[in-house]
Design a protein around this ligand. Structure first.
Ligand code: ATP
Ligand code: MG
Length: 393
């Protein structure tokens, strides 16, 4: 008899009529995550997803990987035994050793879906609770506010003893809230904003602006690596790399220096919006953070967003840098983000950037450019890169 993994479904249950669709997304995402690890059976019953491994399936690895699936609030493991009260008590004593030694108080809760089991749920709880108390005399029984709840389930094929749950990744299943373009640079912030928006159920399409030869092939490889590091959470993605060199040179040659960055960002937004329209994406996500750099004042952002119709989502807008860094470490992107390859934003940086521009000023500053032609030219040169976790492993 094999262990199983149980995943407690999160906010989906608030979704009323759409619940089935949300659940199907979650199950699909879980199956994708597990597909490269072995063969598993995945199904859902009453807001709990059950994962059973076939012979030889690695349950430790599955347990670890499933902690990165959005839409799950808690995740626990359960061990199986035959449906016999002594077998259940023996398993509970062995399997829960760590949990029982850590906690100060506990209670047992049992559930039977197999009603032919000869004890009621209450009797089984009392019996196993008594055996556990004998085995671990230092932990108290507390039926009101126990630190540890031991769950026992008697089901069709076996009985299960559940270990204490660990937190899941939270949020909503990726894909359940639509698609967005996520502007991904090689910095610390944008991998975190991409992660945060995916956590809200949005499937991100990463877009990177690449200014070869001002930024190197290694800078591009770094962004590809960052996207790959996000796939355990976001799923496989298709990254769009936009050739940005000509636009930046045109800005350098034809616009006043103090507006370079703002004009460049307006081009990023225009191109991102066109890619969004081609891909059914409904928003543009950035790693902007109020006040962090000259282009992230409210006026600067207004001048950038003036070219757009789609909403710009900025999940990091109110965070402190230290919080963003802590999050980047947790996700696992930080070490790659700090590799020293330059980003296109650092090419032709103005010495004295405008921090409080008006939209009209910026429009005037870029008036010498043939915007439409430049945008079309960049879009014609798009490079698509498949970011697939399995293949890149
Ligand atoms: P990051 O750490 O994410 O690079 P940042 O603090 O360096 O952000 P900026 O360089 O002003 O800030 O960029 C703000 C946002 O614009 C980034 O978070 C990202 O979403 C987007 N962005 C910047 N450069 C690029 C690029 N080369 N390709 C795609 N998006 C970019
Ligand atoms: Mg940057």
């Amino acid at each position: 008899m094999n262990d199983i993994i149980l995943l407690k479904v999160g906010e989906i249950i608030l979704k009323g009529l759409n619940r089935r669709r949300f659940e199907q997304k979650l199950l699909g995402n879980i199956r994708w995550r597990l597909s490269r690890l072995g063969k598993y059976r995945v199904y859902i019953l009453q807001s709990t997803v059950y994962v059973e491994g076939d012979e030889g399936a690695d349950m430790d690895l599955a347990f670890e990987e499933l902690q990165k699936v959005f839409g799950v609030v808690a995740i626990s493991r359960a061990a199986a035994c035959e449906k016999d009260k002594d077998a259940i008590a023996k398993l509970a004593i062995e399997y829960l050793r760590g949990d029982m030694l850590r906690a100060k108080s506990f209670k047992v809760e049992s559930r039977r879906s197999d009603k032919s089991f000869p004890m009621t749920s209450v009797e089984l709880s009392q019996y196993v609770g008594g055996e556990l108390s004998d085995a671990y005399p230092d932990i108290e029984v507390d039926v009101h506010e126990p630190e540890l709840v031991v769950h026992i389930e008697v089901r069709d094929l076996a009985a299960y003893v559940h270990a204490a749950p660990v937190p899941g990744a939270g949020g909503m299943p990726v894909g359940s809230n639509g698609v967005a373009i996520s502007l991904l640079s090689g910095g610390i912030d944008s991998p975190v904003s991409t992660w945060m928006i995916a956590r809200r159920g949005v499937r991100p399409i990463p877009v990177h602006f690449f200014s070869f030869p001002y930024t190197s092939e290694q800078a591009k490889e770094k962004v590809i690596e960052l996207a790959r590091l996000l796939t355990p959470w976001c799923g496989k993605m298709r990254m769009e790399v936009v050739p940005f060199t000509h636009i930046q040179e045109e800005i350098r040659d034809k616009c006043p220096e103090e507006y370079f960055t703002l004009i460049m960002r307006r081009f990023m937004m225009r191109i991102a919006e066109r890619i969004a329209l081609d891909n059914g994406a409904k928003a543009i996500v950035t790693g902007e953070n109020l006040g962090q750099v000259a282009s992230q004042t409210m006026e600067a952002m207004a001048s950038t967003q003036a070219v757009l119709h789609l909403p710009v989502l900025q999940p990091l807008i109110g965070m402190d840098k230290s919080e963003i860094i802590a999050q980047a470490r947790k996700i696992g992107t930080f070490e790659t983000s700090i590799l020293p390859y330059e980003d296109c934003c650092t090419v032709f940086t103005p010495r004295h950037p405008r921090t409080h521009p008006t939209v009209a000023e910026v429009e005037e500053a870029e008036s010498a450019l043939d915007v439409e032609t430049l945008v079309n030219e960049a879009l014609a040169g798009l490079e698509r890169i498949a970011i697939d976790y399995e293949e890149s492993l």
